[in-house]
Design a protein around this ligand. Structure first.
Ligand code: BMA
Length: 312
């Protein structure tokens, strides 16, 4: 079967040895391209098991240099400190209205909720606050507004509807509502246990391309894979197709074995002008990997070989 994603020949593109301060991992990175340069925000575990977010730059999207200091560490005072005490994880970046919006999972004794921050230059950071209650993770903000409103995909969790992907809207990035579920895990399918938004959706002429992760529980633990869905350009709550097949699964040794075995987890992808995307994923919650894919292959997979978005 065709591989939808061509792994970069120099994977893993980053390991903890590339980080100039003490960390145990480098994984789950959001990436944007700004004026021909790529900026990556990545998660690292510290030795106390909690996470911080670092920053790296690249000219070609594959060879990244990590900056000397982390970009987001848990706030040490004020309101945010209470909700970030156990760490900040899994950043996603969207470019909208001349600024970069960064969402991240904030952990504390109160559970996991989503922090929102913005920057214009990736040097200074302004926290805008928290945009969900627990238990929410994996928020990606669309890089465009719809009828004047911001839109986001996220992943609340409840016992009787576990880990599905929802959409919400906001007039001001702070107050979110008009929420509805858009994609559910599919029973006895590679994503049956849980799913969550991955990369910030990318605009193609056929729809918003959305790379998500799905989890399947086995006797040997959970396996994290990547899948793809297409959302209507005008109405992103309308899912045009969710591909039946996964597009990436743990195969390389550094995806199969590491801090958490059998994980490929995506928080970022970059749409290029030549009809391809660069896609970034954490391998086994330990290293950063990259690959490329053709937009048309992924779009066709969503449209020609879909599985039900909301299940039975
Ligand atoms: C999820 C998150 C991700 C992680 C994945 C695999 O629940 O914690 O950050 O990559 O598990 O461990």
């Amino acid at each position: 079967m065709a591989d939808f994603i061509q792994r970069h020949k120099k994977n893993p593109i980053l390991t903890k040895e590339n980080v100039p301060y003490p960390v145990e991992t480098i994984h789950n990175a959001g990436v944007v391209k700004e004026e021909g340069r790529y900026v990556m925000l990545f998660r690292s575990h510290l030795r106390n098991g909690r996470s911080i977010i670092g920053i790296a730059d690249s000219d070609d999207g594959f060879r990244f240099e990590v900056r000397p200091k982390p970009f987001i560490t848990p706030a040490d005072e004020g309101f945010s400190a209470e909700y970030e005490a156990f760490g900040v994880e899994d950043p996603r970046i969207s470019f909208l209205d001349g600024e970069y919006l960064i969402t991240y999972s904030a952990y504390s004794r109160h559970g996991v909720r989503i922090g929102l921050a913005r920057t214009t230059d990736f040097t200074t950071l302004v926290r805008l606050g928290f945009i969900s209650q627990p238990d929410h993770r994996n928020v990606v903000i669309f890089p465009e507004k719809f009828h004047g409103r911001y839109a986001r995909l996220d992943r609340p969790h409840t016992e009787n509807s576990p880990w599905s992907i929802w959409i919400s809207y906001s007039p001001d990035l702070i107050h979110w509502g008009d929420s509805r579920v858009v994609i559910r895990p599919e029973t006895y399918h590679w994503d049956e246990m849980k799913i969550g938004p991955g990369a910030t959706p990318m605009k193609t002429d056929r729809g918003w391309l959305h790379i998500y992760h799905g989890v399947f529980k086995t006797m040997d633990g959970a396996v994290y894979r990547l899948g793809v869905a297409l959302h209507d350009l005008e109405d992103p709550a309308r899912v045009l197709g969710v591909a039946d097949d996964w597009i990436l699964q743990p195969e390389d040794p550094w995806e199969v074995t590491g801090y958490v075995h059998n994980v490929v987890f995506c928080c970022g992808a970059v749409l290029e002008d030549n009809g391809t995307i660069k896609i970034y994923w954490g391998g086994a919650d330990t290293v950063m990997c990259a690959g490329t894919a053709r937009v048309s292959d992924l779009v066709n997979l969503c449209l020609n070989k879909p599985r039900p978005a909301l299940g039975a």
